[in-house]
Design a protein around this ligand. Structure first.
Ligand code: G3H
Ligand code: ZN
Length: 278
């Protein structure tokens, strides 16, 4: 089916409440995610991070996603995730990505606004959705910051959203990339206040490790896009470990294949557990 922009996924009613977004780094992860979306007839965002793009090639990863997802019976979004490099964003726009994230959260606030607005102007000419980020999400993802969580201020989100005209905005409301030690302090009040004050739709990064209840409450408070990465990786690692125990011949393919069904089950469970099936 068609590649649609993240904005159109909402504007044309393909998504009613919130959309799940999954990072993938290899064929099996992609196949598992796509199979789940197809079976549930639910659009998802297929995310390729800057780190993955630089490691395996942006075009290679994009073509992989496109050729597989075109066979789906539901529309889908192909998104460049956490791109800090404007040239990479431009390359993604030219290739046909339907959504791009420019992550200027490590820049000064003013510089972030300036660069993000540049990306918005370019991308919107082609109907491509743009996600921006303020207050870098704590954790190791894409070599991000490792200092303590800084919660986003409502007035910062407002200024950023107005001045950049960004469609989606990643905010820091208590999540972090990677797994949690202990219970994260999610600020549902803050999500609610920000989402009521700005036009851009809110994105929650670092969703791996959150409970279904935390995810649902976040959606009820105003989150529209939920990002999952680590859990996809872990699901695959565990599946491979298990099938290696029964290795009978020197063939890596059945070992890798074994992870597709597990990833499919994980993605289906995630979509179902937060009740956002369309
Ligand atoms: O951008 C990607 C996500 O924020 C992934 O976070 O690996 O903690 O699920 P996660
Ligand atoms: Zn992230």
């Amino acid at each position: 089916m068609a590649i649609i922009s993240l904005k159109d996924a909402f504007d044309y009613g393909f998504v009613k409440t919130a959309i799940c977004s999954f990072n993938f780094v290899n064929v099996e992860q992609l196949y598992g995610i796509v199979a789940a979306a197809d079976e549930l007839q639910t659009p998802v965002v297929l995310m390729i991070s800057q780190k993955t793009a630089l490691k395996y090639g942006l075009e290679v990863m994009f073509n992989l996603a496109k050729s597989k997802a075109e066979k789906l019976h539901t529309p889908f979004v192909i998104h460049l995730d956490h791109a800090k490099n404007i040239e990479l964003v431009e390359k993604a726009i030219n290739l046909g990505f339907s959504s791009v994230m420019f992550d200027g959260s490590s820049l000064s606030f003013d510089e972030n606004i300036k660069k993000t607005y540049e990306v918005v102007k370019k991308a919107h000419r082609y109907g491509i959705t743009v996600e921006g980020e303020i207050n870098a999400i704590y954790g190791k993802e894409e070599d991000g910051p490792t200092s303590a969580i800084v919660y986003t201020k409502v007035e910062d989100a407002k200024k950023f959203s107005e001045e950049t005209e960004v469609d989606f905005l990643a905010v820091s409301v208590g999540t972090k990339h990677g797994l949690y030690e202990g219970t994260p302090s999610l600020r549902y009040d803050l999500i609610n206040e920000i989402s009521n004050s700005i036009k851009s739709k809110l994105v929650m990064h670092g969703c791996s490790g959150l409970t279904a209840e935390q995810l649902r409450k976040s959606i009820q408070s105003g989150i529209k896009k939920l990002n999952f990465g680590t859990e996809v990786m872990l699901t695959q690692i565990n599946a491979i470990k298990k099938s290696l125990e029964n290795l009978s011949k020197p063939d890596i393919r059945p070992i890798m294949d074994s992870s597709i069904d597990e990833i499919k089950a994980y993605v289906k469970n995630t979509i179902n557990s937060i009740s956002i099936s369309q």
